[in-house]
Design a protein around this ligand. Structure first.
Ligand code: S3P
Length: 165
């Protein structure tokens, strides 16, 4: 069984996922990093050169590959949940954890990071709208944890407490 992290951009999936993997002595994978390695390009470059549709195709190929592993921690890009194919692949062999936080925490975490093409030039209200659009997908996850007021360390412990594998 894998532990799969989902959640909105900037919520802390990669940092918390890494800590959970470390604490449990499991291997860690990050779909965005796998995509970047596969394409030998950064996420913004992939969006710019190929567009979002192609990015999503590559993302599904990567999900297909990583979901075959067993007993690993997988941190997914925030949009992985939008594809039923992705979620069916990940659910077969994984507990799906959703981390969520309020918009102010997300904005604080994102700071001046320019590596998220979908948030480029977006104001707070536009980000709230994207979060609302995503909510129905995140509601389908097995475990949901509000990390608004949790440190990364406490969030990792909360995940471990809830995921019994
Ligand atoms: C995306 C989230 C990003 C990355 C891409 C698209 C999304 O990952 O996959 O920019 O659609 O939410 P993070 O959630 O790790 O920022």
């Amino acid at each position: 069984m894998n532990i799969v992290f989902t959640g909105f951009m900037g919520v802390g999936k990669t940092t918390v996922g890494r800590q959970v993997a470390k604490k449990l002595g499991l291997e860690f994978y990050d779909t965005d990093s796998e995509i970047e390695n596969f394409c030998n390009m950064t996420i913004p470059e992939i969006f710019e050169k190929f567009g979002e549709k192609k990015f999503r195709e590559i993302e599904t190929q990567i999900v297909e590959k990583i979901s075959q592993k067993d007993g690993v921690v997988i941190s997914c890009g925030g949009g992985v949940v939008k594809s039923e194919t992705n979620m069916n692949l990940l659910k077969k062999n994984g507990k799906i954890v959703n981390l969520y936080a309020d918009v102010d925490k997300i904005l604080k975490n994102i700071g001046t990071d320019v590596n998220r093409p979908l948030l480029k030039g977006k104001d707070k209200q536009e980000i709230i709208d994207i979060m609302a659009e995503r909510e129905k997908f995140y509601q389908n996850c097995d475990i949901r944890i509000d990390v608004t007021n949790l440190s990364k360390e406490d969030a990792a412990q909360a995940v471990i407490n809830k995921v019994k594998i």
